[in-house]
Design a protein around this ligand. Structure first.
Ligand SMILES: [Zn+2]
Ligand SMILES: [Zn+2]
Length: 388
């Protein structure tokens, strides 16, 4: 299909802006690695009710706290001390064990935080949190779909980790690529959860050169670069050229605006629903100028995830590569009014120690905002600010 995304041209109108007091958690974002993250619509998570417990999946514990405060592990009710013990045993078996904590939205904040402390206290390094209506014991993801991210932004190598997160389930959702540079799509050929008979994946790429989404992808996803063409993928795949403008994708309003970068068309993306908004500009050279469309797309966004590949001292290289500096990213976040700026797309040459150093001084660039470095496995809650 050339041009693009006809079914997504629908304008989103009549968004119900809920007062902040009703908002506990909006979007859950998991940073997998550079150039890949997931936006999870937490209240639309489909939790099949397991009548008599779920399966245990190696490396994953599935904790639920329902509206009565009852605790469940992998579908079976248990007391808090037993939960601690079981989680601790899982970590002893596999130190990389992850947790999915699903909590009923009516529970007090403190109760949920306590549960997180209990789970993390057993050595769980990574966890995802779902706040939802009527949280109930569930089957583990391998047996059902307790954890089902529906919208993925970019497809870097971190996309492989999504297969593990889904615990064996086929992916059912969309992937929106900001652009077609290798570092933003190299995870696609290795995305097992998207390559199953039951998979449904809608892939969106920036429309360009009058070519279809399929043909744009096939430039690097076909022999001799890769053994199969897009048609060789199992499941139901849709390849769409995405135009600028506002689209409805997986229940989110997704706004795409062309931005300055180098080589091929690159989009900045804003993802939002009535409870919060996030702008994602992983590769962007703000120093090359900013369109009115981009300024309006960024205006008032809650969280800005932005290219921060370089430092001011590396400005000539940043200009040459069409990327941003840490300072550019923070400045843009301030002018947009974002409450949180996530520094993303770190230079591959940067060591962990160098990144820790940036993490130490970057928050001082904008003391009235939250400035953080994106890290693999990071989870962020996107919550609409008061008065926005
Ligand atoms: Zn790029
Ligand atoms: Zn990139």
């Amino acid at each position: 299909m050339a041009g693009g995304a006809q079914q997504d041209d629908e304008e989103i109108t009549g968004i119900n802006v809920t007062p902040l007091v009703d908002i506990t958690l909006v979007l859950l974002i998991i940073f997998m690695v550079t150039a890949n993250f997931i936006v999870r619509e937490t209240v639309e998570v489909d939790l099949p009710r397991a009548a008599n417990g779920g399966e245990t999946v190696q490396g994953l514990v599935n904790v639920v706290i329902d509206k009565d405060g009852k605790l469940y592990l992998d579908g079976a009710e248990l007391a808090e001390d037993a939960l601690s013990r079981r989680v601790s045993e899982a970590v002893a078996k596999d130190k990389d064990t992850r947790a999915i904590i699903s909590a009923d939205q009516s529970l007090p904040y403190g109760r949920v935080m306590h549960l997180i402390d209990v789970v993390k206290g057993q050595g769980i390094a990574k966890f995802a949190l779902n706040i939802q209506k009527d949280a109930a014991p569930t089957a583990a993801p391998g047996a059902g779909s307790a954890d089902r991210p529906a919208l993925v932004l970019d497809a870097g190598t971190g996309l492989r980790a999504l297969t593990g997160l889904l615990g064996g389930a086929a992916y059912d959702g969309s992937i929106v690529l900001s652009h077609l540079h290798w570092d933003h799509m190299q995870g696609l050929p290795f995305f097992a959860a998207g390559d199953r008979p039951a998979s449904r994946v809608d892939l969106y790429v920036p429309a360009q050169d009058g070519r279809s989404g399929r043909d744009l992808l096939a430039q690097s996803f076909a022999p001799p670069a890769f053994p199969i063409t897009p048609e060789g993928l199992h499941g139901t795949w849709g390849f769409h050229g995405l135009d600028e403008g506002r689209h409805s994708i997986e229940g989110f309003a997704v706004t795409a605006v062309e931005i300055e970068h180098k080589g091929g068309r690159t989009f900045g993306l804003r993802v939002e629903d009535e409870r919060g908004s996030l702008a994602y500009l992983p590769d962007h050279a703000p120093a090359a100028g900013m369109s009115d469309a981009l300024a309006s797309m960024l205006d008032g966004v809650d969280v800005l995830v932005h290219d921060a590949q370089f430092l001011e001292g590396e400005r000539p290289v940043a200009v040459d590569y069409g990327h941003a500096t840490v300072q550019d990213a923070v400045r843009l976040g301030e002018s947009a009014g974002a409450s949180t700026v996530v520094l993303f797309h770190h230079s591959p040459a940067r060591t962990d120690a160098a990144l820790d150093d940036i993490a130490a001084w970057a928050p001082d660039l904008a003391p009235d905002r939250c400035v953080v470095l994106a890290r693999e496995g990071m989870t962020l809650d996107v919550v609409r600010r008061p008065n926005s």
